[in-house]
Design a protein around this ligand. Structure first.
Ligand SMILES: [Zn+2]
Ligand SMILES: [Zn+2]
Length: 427
């Protein structure tokens, strides 16, 4: 398939300013970002990212303007193999930083210091740690200047010399055979990788790379009320940039373990609390778990199964304002006793008797049910026979239509029965 014009992808004219390019990229990227459930489109997002990568770089854009896609062939890193699912929780601004470095690229200055890469770290914390906040030590392996060569890449005692291939410029001109005939393009010097220097005796510890991966420990303060999926940013805790560049940042993605008892919904804690039916009928008080430990809860007499009770300010501290707290909602679950002793059984039977509750049907009622069952079995047999006859004729019997009518009127009755009465609604 033919590649779409980059300007068209960004919805811009050829003379668009760098600010317009950035603005349109952000707007479109927000819609197309694979995190966006409504309008996310990974393929279109990758196309957009590629267009932005080329047009946001002054040099690549100039090349594209003159020679089209052919002029920037292999200049995009190609987002095809980027796994966007690992970017979950990243906002679009972070995405831009992650892939394109901080702010707008000025472009055209090869060989200068580069900002180090941002790093991502997944951290799982306990439920209560997320509620009340905590401090964590995290170990990161990141690129730092090699101590042996002090970041020069040259073995101790030797110094890097000017690269002969590019005369220290860090870039060379290359002849390209394209559809437009032979053209020249400027590329990073392949000999020195853009540094403008050549290392005769590479440092043994970093193999001339000047950077080595080192394990570093960082202290991370996690504020109370943090939500699962939140990102915390540790400035300058990422990789060291090449050629004396600054450190990138470290993004810590917070994952929160589930709790055995508590379910969190923002600042609200939900708790399922079983109560006995004696407690439900008589009321009383009991200790229930809260994030602060067990607390007393008063149960009113006659509470129903499924009733909720609020425990004010026993929920999650507000993020960035921990003096305010959410509530705990206790969902009362009335438990029916099982495995009754004979004494318990007797007492419950006595209770039923006192309340004139009938636990069984009378023999007359049972006989009536039997009679009705027999009658309906006969009716069903007759209906099946009638249906078979009607099917043979290819049309519905009158009887069947009547039955349909009856069914729908029964459903109406059921709906009516469960519709709240005027009196109930007022409660
Ligand atoms: Zn070294
Ligand atoms: Zn060079």
């Amino acid at each position: 398939m033919a590649k779409r014009d980059y300007y068209e992808v960004l919805g811009l004219a050829k003379n668009a300013s760098p600010e317009e390019i950035k603005k349109n990229f952000r707007n479109k990227a927000r819609d197309l970002h694979p995190d966006n459930k409504d309008s996310g489109d990974e393929a279109a997002f990758k196309e957009l990212a590629e267009a932005y990568e080329i047009l946001s770089d002054e040099q690549k854009r100039a090349s594209y303007d003159r020679y089209g896609h052919e002029g920037v062939k292999n200049q995009s890193r190609g987002f095809d193999n980027v796994d966007f699912s690992s970017m979950a929780g990243f906002g679009i601004d972070d995405f831009i930083e992650f892939f394109f470095g901080g702010g707008m690229r000025t472009g055209g200055r090869r060989g200068g210091p580069e900002q180090g890469a941002h790093l991502k770290y997944d951290l799982e914390i306990e439920f209560l740690e997320a509620v009340f906040g905590t401090e964590k030590k995290i170990n990161i392996r990141r690129l730092e200047d090699c101590a042996t060569c002090e970041g020069s890449g040259a073995a101790p005692g030797s110094t890097p010399v000017t690269c002969v291939a590019c005369a220290g410029m860090g870039q060379v001109q290359q002849v390209v055979n394209s559809w437009f005939g032979q053209t020249m393009r400027v590329i990073e010097c392949p000999t020195c990788h853009g540094s403008g220097q050549k290392i005769d005796k590479p440092c043994r510890d970093c193999k001339g790379e000047a950077l080595v991966r080192k394990s570093r420990e960082f202290q991370l303060k996690i504020p109370a009320g943090i939500e699962a999926g939140s990102r915390l940013r540790l400035t300058s805790a990422g990789d060291k940039g090449r050629r004396g560049g600054t450190f990138g940042d470290l993004f810590v993605i917070i994952h929160v373990k589930e709790h055995k008892q508590f379910i969190r919904d923002g600042e609200t804690i939900h708790l399922r609390q079983p109560i006995s039916f004696s407690m439900a009928a008589l009321g009383g008080e009991m200790m229930v778990p809260t994030v602060d430990g067990p607390r007393q809860l008063k149960i009113a007499a006659g509470v129903q199964h499924g009733t909720t009770q609020m425990m004010r300010e026993m929920g999650v501290p507000r993020f960035n304002n921990p003096s305010r707290r959410g509530d705990q909602v206790v969902h009362l679950v009335v438990e029916t006793p099982t495995k009754l002793t004979s004494e318990e059984k007797k007492l419950l039977e006595q209770l039923a008797e006192l309340r004139s509750e009938r636990l069984h049907l009378s023999p007359e009622e049972l006989a009536e049910i039997e009679a009705r069952k027999e009658a309906s079995a006969k009716e069903a047999a007759a209906a099946t026979a009638a249906k078979a006859g009607a099917a043979a004729k290819g049309k519905h019997s009158k009887k069947e239509k009547e039955e349909e009518k009856e069914d729908s009127s029964i459903i109406d009755k059921i709906v009516d029965a469960f519709r709240p009465k005027n009196g109930d609604e007022a409660k």
